[in-house]
Design a protein around this ligand. Structure first.
Ligand SMILES: *Cc1c(COP(=O)(O)O)cnc(C)c1O
Length: 403
């Protein structure tokens, strides 16, 4: 079959900052995807933890098409009904009193970091501006968020970067204790480091971070862009841990595939974003908000969240059994339906080869760094699709092991 555009077109007209797979997906339904040639894939990647309700979930299609016929965009010169409903629901379901909306995870974190600095400036003084984050963290690709993210490869070549940002090893209470001071305005943590290798925080670490922030008057910021909106099996991962942040950022699954980001916080902190201090043209537009509202409604149903754990068990049990046979992974870690299969030292650095092997078996997976195969499927993936995916996972393991 010939197509008007092909993968080769990418290399001609797109920036070379991505290296997409050899096939082009054109259609999705649930946890299945079809490419230009009608080849069918099972999706355990979920658009990098975005499509929490799978592809073209009927309720999301309904919310989107209904709103598409009513009102798409009015700007924040006006407010709109969907955004007010979405904010109300988020406030009801979480620790927060207030929501701010934007369009992506990076923008949500950018807003969170700006808010933390502004809050400190308002209440203490401009000298209280230092942000402490974790090595190996990922917070997005704007200049500020790559700087706060703890992976030097993402800031190389982009200097000078914003000042006042330092990093401490993740899950290291002593290191945080030594780094935090009266100059610290925020401590930023992913409850589970996603891009950094699917590394869950220890409960004691988050508790210590909370206590240290309180002691030094710093805000605790949880980046829940990847872990939020049901991914961990709780609506937000902080609920799992019982540690409440001051600011929480969300995106990815929030819109179920429609771009939207948000930060949530308390009344007191939100006051530091007074009129004119921050904004976004598209942020909280009616179309994105209507879809996110429906996604949130579906995802916050108890049976949906409860279903995450049973799906997790099915997937982990299946991969563990396969691993007994093929012996590729030293560990399967993560929470809920954010799983990291850690390659044994003998296969170190070859996660991308596994992704390629899976692709050849018509299975979509993710990597998180060089050593971890990451899975972030739909939270409502059919158990039968998990079974089918495990067969392809086995074939991928075989292919990878024999390569
Ligand atoms: C994906 C991700 C981001 C960035 O989100 P974008 O929508 O790509 O800007 C930020 N933080 C975490 C934890 C993420 O996983």
């Amino acid at each position: 079959m010939s197509h008007a555009v092909t993968r080769a077109t990418f290399d001609e007209v797109m920036f070379p900052n991505y290296s997409p797979a050899g096939f082009i997906p054109v259609r999705g339904k649930g946890s299945r995807i079809w490419d230009q040639d009608g080849r069918e894939f099972i999706d355990l990647a979920g658009g990098i933890a975005v499509n929490a309700l799978g592809h073209c979930h009927p309720e999301l299609v309904e919310a989107l098409t209904e709103q598409a016929g009513k009102l798409w965009h009015v700007s924040n010169v006006f407010t709109n009904e969907p955004v007010l409903k979405l904010a109300s629901r988020l406030v009801e379901l979480t620790f927060a009193d207030r929501a701010f909306f934007c369009n992506s995870g990076a923008e949500a974190n950018e807003a969170a970091f700006k808010l933390a600095r502004k809050y400190a400036a308002d209440h203490v003084g401009a000298h209280k501006n230092e942000i402490i984050a974790c090595t190996n963290a990922f917070h997005g690709r704007t200049l500020f968020t790559v700087t706060v993210g703890g992976q030097p490869k993402y800031t190389e070549g982009f200097a000078p970067v914003p000042a006042g940002v330092s990093h401490v090893p993740f899950n290291d209470i002593e290191a945080l204790k030594n780094a935090i001071s009266e100059r610290t305005c925020a401590v930023v943590i992913e409850p589970i480091q996603g891009e950094g290798g699917v590394m869950p925080a220890d409960k004691a670490y988050l508790e210590a971070a909370r206590a240290l922030c309180d002691e030094h008057g710093a805000l605790l910021v949880f980046d829940e862009v990847q872990t939020g909106v049901g991914r961990s099996g709780a609506l937000f991962a902080y609920m799992h841990y019982g540690v409440v942040p001051d600011i929480l950022s969300s995106a990815k699954a929030l819109g179920g595939g429609f771009p939207i980001g948000a930060i949530l916080t308390t009344d007191k902190i939100a006051k530091s974003f007074g009129v004119g201090t921050h904004g976004s043209t598209y942020g909280g537009n009616p179309l994105a908000s209507a879809v996110a509202l429906r996604a949130l409604e579906v995802l916050s149903r108890p049976e949906v969240l409860a279903g995450v754990e049973s799906r997790r068990q099915q997937l982990v049990k299946g991969i563990t059994e396969l691993n007994d046979r093929y012996g590729l992974f030293s560990e399967i870690r993560g929470m809920g339906l954010l799983l990291g299969c850690v390659l044994k030292p003998a296969y170190a650095g070859r996660a991308r080869d596994f992704l390629k092997a899976a692709e050849a078996e018509q299975l979509m997976v993710l990597v998180a760094g060089g050593d971890v195969v990451r899975l972030a499927p739909s939270l409502v993936i059919e158990p039968a699709d998990i079974e089918a995916a495990l067969l392809r996972f086995a074939a991928a393991m075989e292919r990878f092991a024999n390569a």
